[in-house]
Design a binder for this molecule. Structure first.
Ligand code: GYE
Length: 347
């Protein structure tokens, strides 16, 4: 009897051991499966268009960061400069039940309905670059981009410091202003930066018109300004592509671009600092100052998604630090609202 009990106990022990071994094997197999077959994160990215070098660099940055190697399935849609296309893209992402929506909006208004639909579907939305103006801010999780008004303020401060140093009286500063896409955050901020300075310093703002952030329109608008005014001495372009177009128009009209206003040169300033041709123009002195606007938001958006995935709450507004580029060596820094910003010398 004793023997039987012992045998049963041994058999039971063996069986338990076997089961234990098996379950370890199963669990180790399933965990390796889960690392190899790790769930990818599906992101729908609605880009507004392809109007500038800034935009193409931005798109590339997003596609590289949200790539398959990094664990993403990216559905990319180019809105071709039309908000209606972007809204359609967002609705498609909602139907496809993506994990995240990333939106680079063309203009600020008109997003309330579609963002409400995304919220109702439980899809977090990350806004990148320009902003959305919605009544309920909980319609998006967070935003990452530049402080466009600060860019404009820094540029205005640079113009003020430089012209003061050159002993040019405010009323002798005759500016034409080629704006970006009207209603976009980049346009609104950069325009505010200039118009506030015009009011503060008493500069002569001759004309304002949108060049839609493109080279072609920048050239057309500048040609038109040159036909209307013969005293232009500063051109404030809201991006480098417009500046390149404007320079073409100025040179075609037989005038010279440069920072020597007293000698009759037309001074061109702009924004971005990503376009190679514009950076060459800066070195040559054809563009006098460029306020940097950084387009490399891909890794930033990736970080935000990873934070949310980890259960953290990212800051609502995430700003990127930026500099001013200039080949005019005399101005080493500018001050805005009591804070000083260095000018990066490019030559
Ligand atoms: O400056 C311009 C682009 O929104 C910051 O859009 C962006 C602007 C950028 O087309 O080149």
């Amino acid at each position: 009897m004793k023997k039987t009990v012992n045998l049963t106990a041994i058999l039971l022990l063996l069986a338990t051991l076997l089961v234990a071994c098996r379950s370890t094997a199963v669990s180790s197999q399933s965990s390796s499966e889960s690392t190899e077959g790790k769930k990818t994160i599906t992101v729908g990215f609605s880009q507004l268009g392809a109007e500038s070098d800034w935009r193409s660099t931005n798109t590339e940055s997003m596609l590289t960061a949200l790539s398959e190697e990094n664990g993403y399935t990216l559905i990319y849609k180019n809105g071709q400069q039309k908000q209606a296309n972007q809204i359609t893209a967002l609705r498609m992402f909602i139907q496809q039940d993506v994990d995240y929506i990333v939106l680079a909006p063309e203009t600020e208004t008109g997003w309330d309905f579609v963002l409400q639909e995304a919220k109702d579907a439980g899809i977090p939305v990350i806004i990148v670059d320009r902003r959305v103006d919605v009544t309920d801010r909980s319609l998006y999780t967070c935003w990452v981009g530049s402080d466009f008004e600060l860019e404009g303020q820094k540029m205005a401060a640079w113009i003020h410091d430089y012209t003061t140093m050159q002993n040019i009286a405010p009323e002798d500063i005759h500016i034409v202003h080629i704006q970006g896409t009207l209603g976009s955050t980049a346009q609104l901020g950069r325009t505010r930066g200039l118009t506030n300075a015009v009011r503060e310093y008493g500069w002569d703002l001759l004309a304002q018109e949108s060049g839609d952030f493109t080279e072609v329109r920048g050239k057309e608008v500048m040609a038109e300004f040159l036909r209307q005014y013969d005293n232009i001495n500063i051109v404030y372009c809201e991006n480098d592509n417009e500046a390149i177009g404007a320079i073409e128009a100025i040179e075609a009209a037989g005038k010279k671009v440069g920072s020597n206003i007293a000698a009759g040169e037309i001074m061109v300033v702009s924004f971005d600092g990503i376009n190679e041709k514009a950076m060459d123009y800066l070195k040559e002195g054809k563009i006098s100052c460029i306020a940097e606007c950084n387009p490399l938001h891909g890794p930033r958006v990736q970080d935000l998604i990873e934070m949310i995935e980890a259960g953290e709450t990212p800051a609502k507004y995430n700003y990127v630090n930026e500099t001013l580029f200039s080949s005019v060596s005399e101005i080493k820094q500018v001050t805005v609202d009591g804070k000083s910003y260095e000018v990066t010398l490019v030559n």
